[in-house]
Design a protein around this ligand. Structure first.
Ligand code: SAH
Length: 250
């Protein structure tokens, strides 16, 4: 009888403690980067407002901003840059490559209008940060990286973090991934001189592709390419950007 009372008392204390500390506080205690990540999301919102004229809107989709608030970007940058992981800027990830600026990742994701059942293709896995953000919002992500050690470390990282709906392959993404096509969404994260025809072919009617197009190190524009239900393709320039160049033997 005594034992039961003691247990009951513990339960009451636990309930009171839980009530005193709302979920947000508990999460912040567990994750020393939670505040920095929230600051990053605010910085993305500010840059979106600053570029509203290009985008034709002042804010990105709330579900995209929420995904940005969930993915632990500090774990996608080299360990010695962890403290810079939530700055709203690109960072080097080795092999002359970069993890994109959070604002650009958020904007590209927003332009793709991801839906829960979508299957996505990414050219340029890099750190796999963009793939992880997409994976929060769609059913499957297939991503190809041309630098084998980057592909390998990305696959390991995604597995450790539990992103089991992302598949990484080392290879030339110019040719897409025909075995998993057609795709609702295609995102290219390296600057191309033109929209790769294999990717247009692998885009589902009704699908959307976002791709930086232009000369490496000179002017590039982020393009939104849409394939209509009748198979016709339209494209629209969104804003000037800077990406590492697309490489490979195509
Ligand atoms: N999405 C990445 C950004 C990486 S930068 C991220 O979130 O971190 C672009 C990446 O594209 C680089 O890692 C580069 O090696 C890769 N890349 C360039 N040309 C490629 C090609 N033809 N096929 C696949 N990956 C390519």
């Amino acid at each position: 009888m005594r034992r039961t009372t003691a247990r009951f008392a513990t339960l009451v204390i636990a309930v009171q403690l839980f009530a005193a500390f709302p979920a947000a506080t508990a999460a912040a205690d567990d994750d020393p980067f939670a505040e920095a990540r929230a600051d990053m999301v605010r910085a993305v919102a500010e840059t979106t407002e600053e570029t509203a004229e290009w985008l034709g809107k002042t804010a990105l989709a709330p579900k995209v901003m929420e995904a940005m608030g969930r993915v632990p970007r500090h774990l996608f940058v080299p360990p010695d840059l962890e403290d810079m992981g939530y700055l709203n800027r690109p960072l080097p990830i080795g092999y002359g490559q970069t993890i994109s600026q959070p604002y650009i990742v958020a904007l590209m994701t927003d332009l793709l209008e991801p839906e829960p059942g979508d299957v996505a293709f990414e050219l340029g896995t890099g750190s796999s940060y963009q793939a992880a953000v997409l994976a929060e919002l769609v059913a499957e992500v297939y991503t190809v990286e041309i630098v084998p050690p980057l592909a390998e470390s990305a696959a390991e990282r995604l597995e450790t973090l539990g992103y089991d709906n992302v598949t990484v392959r080392a290879g030339d993404g110019y040719f897409g991934w025909p075995e998993h096509a057609p795709f609702d969404i295609i995102v290219v994260t390296a600057a191309a001189s033109h929209v790769p025809p294999p990717l247009i072919a692998q885009l589902k009617p009704g699908g959307r592709m976002v791709i930086p197009v232009g000369s490496p190190f000179l002017t590039q524009h982020l393009l939104l390419v849409e394939k209509r239900e009748d198979g016709s393709v339209t494209s629209r320039q969104i804003l000037p950007v800077i990406f590492v160049p697309l490489t490979g033997g195509h």
